[in-house]
Design a protein. Structure first.
Length: 293
């Protein structure tokens, strides 16, 4: 086991993946999640993903059990030990939520604070920490245990040492990094969202079925997963939040389609609610969720 101590604040879809990759890389990992129900779901997901890694020969049963079993959980960021090596915030993409969480993390004086935001300004979030040189974005991708990229977002005051240390953490966890400036949507969110929104517009206009739109991306362009199924896995509420943010900052090409707004309004948020563009209560889709996140 490694000596570096890592905490992840937020036990949602992204949080559980980030916890998993750091734990399996041998880091000392703590998860902060206030919901006991969500903690139970996290533990179940971690066990299932670890079992899958063992069955594919990527880890021994003993190592997987030991590393997943060593993950600790806390209900509040204020209870974190002081001086952790890295704390990754991955709460919902609402700046008012992130502000409070970042204040609580900062009070524990970790060496590096990172936000897993996929769209919010790193410089704006950095206003909530005392030393912005120790703050940056670390944008992981869902499913974290499968997708290799981590997008490092450098704020105006992020230090070279912080950037290098964050890159080392990501690479030790088996990831490849790119570094981008703090601009709206960074690099990956802009590319991903354009494809997703166009696919949703095509579905709204009855160009083709959701399955056939996704199949086109898989077969013609060799994407590992289609934009509609990926949107379900990311969460349609998350897609909508990002689309609204980028349309306000970059213009109408990122405006959310009416279909997306309507689905979120009625609570069809994708895999986490069981229904989105696909039916996630179907065992075949549940299998896709385990394979892809």
């Amino acid at each position: 086991m490694r000596s570096e101590r890592v905490a992840v604040v937020g036990g949602g879809t992204m949080g559980v993946g980030i916890v998993y990759v750091f734990a399996m890389a041998g880091f000392d990992v703590t998860l902060v999640e206030p919901s006991e129900v969500r903690i139970a779901t996290v533990k179940k997901t971690l066990a299932e993903v670890a079992d899958g890694a063992v069955s594919r020969g990527k880890a021994s049963a003993e190592d997987a059990q030991s590393r997943i079993g060593a993950i600790r959980s806390l209900g509040n960021a204020a209870d974190l030990p002081e001086g952790l090596d890295l704390v990754v915030e991955t709460v919902p993409e609402r700046i008012e939520i992130k502000r409070g969480v970042l204040h609580a993390i900062d009070a524990r004086q970790p060496k590096i604070i990172a936000s897993n935001t996929s769209a919010l300004s790193i410089d704006a979030l950095a206003e909530n920490v005392r030393d912005p040189s120790r703050f940056l974005g670390m944008h992981f991708f869902n499913p974290v245990w499968s997708l290799q990229l981590v997008e490092l977002i450098r704020g105006a005051k992020t230090s070279e040492a912080t950037l290098a240390a964050a890159r080392a953490f990501a690479e030790t966890a088996g990831k490849t990094t790119i570094t981008v400036r703090d601009v709206p949507g960074f690099a990956t969110s802009r590319l991903d969202l354009i494809a997703a929104l166009e696919a949703i517009r095509m579905l709204q206009e009855d160009v083709a079925s959701a399955d056939d739109i996704d199949r086109a991306m898989l077969i013609a362009y060799r994407h590992p997963i289609g934009p509609l199924r990926l949107s379900d896995m990311v969460g349609l509420d998350v897609r909508l939040d990002i689309a609204r943010h980028l349309s306000a900052t970059l213009g109408p090409r990122y405006a959310p389609p009416r279909l997306l707004e309507d689905m979120v309004a009625r609570g069809d948020l994708g895999s986490k609610t069981g229904k989105g563009f696909f039916d996630w209560t179907d065992p075949n889709e549940k299998g896709a969720l385990r394979r892809h996140g």
